[in-house]
Design a protein around this ligand. Structure first.
Ligand code: FES
Length: 147
């Protein structure tokens, strides 16, 4: 399997790894097929993702996609973070092998799950903002069954 330089870079030296003790939104998602799990912590201040960290128990591509996803959403308003697609994650990494595209879906879903949790904690119905069914894989249209 050939990975881009960017993937290798983020796998070897991922950004924003760890937990956020003062997180006000936490999302955990997993892929039933490969068993990998991604946990995303966000701290939202005035509608902006002031800080973000992640813990991924999974493959190298899952670590690389989490890392780049945190870089992309950090400092962004929630609406912008919600618009993050797995396709954008893949592009930012300079591509992923087809068998690894589902790993990028996990990153997108983890961001959504963390933001949904944030809204829930604020007493707001996340369904108003977060499309729980959205965020399927745009690469192959297989959604959660991707990979
Ligand atoms: Fe499952 Fe990469 S193989 S997330």
């Amino acid at each position: 399997m050939i990975y881009s330089e960017k993937v290798m870079e983020h796998f070897a030296n991922p950004s924003n790894v760890g937990e956020l003790p003062d997180a006000n939104g936490i999302g955990e998602v997993g892929n039933a097929k490969c068993g990998d799990i991604m946990k995303m912590y966000i701290r939202v201040e005035s509608g902006v993702i002031a800080d973000v960290k992640f813990k991924t128990f999974g493959c190298g591509a899952a670590i690389a996609t989490s890392s780049i996803a945190t870089e992309i959403i950090k400092g962004q308003p929630l609406e912008k973070a919600l618009a993050l697609t797995n396709k954008a994650v893949v592009e930012a990494l300079g591509g992923l092998p087809p068998a690894k595209l589902h790993c990028s879906v996990l990153a997108e879903q983890a961001v959504r799950a963390a933001i949904a949790d944030y809204y829930r904690r604020q007493g707001v119905d996340p369904a108003l903002f977060v499309d729980a069914n959205g965020g399927g894989c745009e690469c192959c249209g297989e959604g959660e069954n991707c990979g």
